[in-house]
Design a protein around this ligand. Sequence first.
Ligand code: FAD
Length: 342
Amino acid sequence: MRLPPFTYNRPQDLDEALELLNAYGKDCKILAGGTDLLVRMKQGLVAPMNLISLKALSELAEIRETATDLKIGAAAKLSDILAYQPVQGRWPGLFESIKAIGAPSIQHFSGTIGGNLCQDNRCQFYNQSRSFRRARQTCNKAGGSTCFAWKGGSDKCHSVCQSDTAPILIAMGAKVVIKSRQETRAIPLEELYSSIGEHPLTLGDNEMLTEILVPVRAPGDGSAFEKLAYRSAIDYAVVSAGAFVQTDGNQMLKASLVIGAVARGPLTIATIEKTLEDRPVGDEQAIDEAAKEAMNAAEAFMANNMTQPVEYRTQMVSVITKRALKLATKRALSNKEVSEAK
Ligand SMILES: Cc1cc2nc3c(=O)[nH]c(=O)nc-3n(C[C@H](O)[C@H](O)[C@H](O)COP(=O)(O)OP(=O)(O)OC[C@H]3O[C@@H](n4cnc5c(N)ncnc54)[C@H](O)[C@@H]3O)c2cc1C
């Protein structure tokens, strides 16, 4: 598999990168670690004329804490976030989600958090070789007019968001900073996702992600990320869940749950807060109810976009949800480090 021709741009600072982005518009892609983009280019799924590399932008690789947030530069390497000592203890769910991405080679050599959040949606009918794709009609995501993943076909693309960090970051209330040459804005992370399979992000052509802001840990809160995959390394999620809870030691004060790998964007289970709020900590019935709600919500989006059967994935939403909520609660009660809690 060969890369198509392109012009490689290596800006030396953020202003220069934003200038280039503004000038090229639709004709370019941002290159962070390249572990998603270069694979798609080699498969002939995308052929940008210009690449803008973030490699020289040290200002986008910073990780630091303030009184209100953990601030992670969009081009921070996954391995650097894992190595940043406070993350494992205070944001265990984030730590787990990064650990679960691909393989250590992806985490260590190139993969970035911005690239993880902005990676393209995937589908078993789309992320394939040219010869596989040539053998059938062009699907929606590749510019055609049908979706093979949806039973009976569909005029909408049903590719799936596979970012492992998005569910837990959304559950924890993270924001992202988005910049263009003209403006800077901070939005809740969930607003980065459009729920449109062909164009899963709401970013404009001249915009890029520059920072991720994760709220600091408060007393009595806990987070957890659970992922089901065939192999513990390399494989994308069959289903994943990010859970965040807050307790006063006796009752649940807050709960949020986001399911990954089932829909066109991370799927927030909006009813969870009401279901778990004011229920006693460790109430198995409440957790069962929450898991059922998650499963029902996910079922509506399930498509044949992965090799695993839809029925199996739907059932597994309930299992993974329970695990994530229980672990987040355990952490909320103990506030112990992830390695001790597992
Ligand atoms: C074998 C294999 C297994 C994988 N397994 C997983 C997995 O289990 N879980 C998972 O989540 N991912 C997985 N991935 C996907 C990918 O490796 C990771 O998501 C990685 O974190 C992507 O980061 P990157 O820096 O390499 O992104 P890139 O490939 O550089 O970029 C990805 C996309 O995001 C855009 N982009 C990058 N940075 C920005 C920015 N700052 N602003 C705007 N747009 C931006 C790029 O233009 C591109 O479209 C896997 C990949 C491979 C090859």
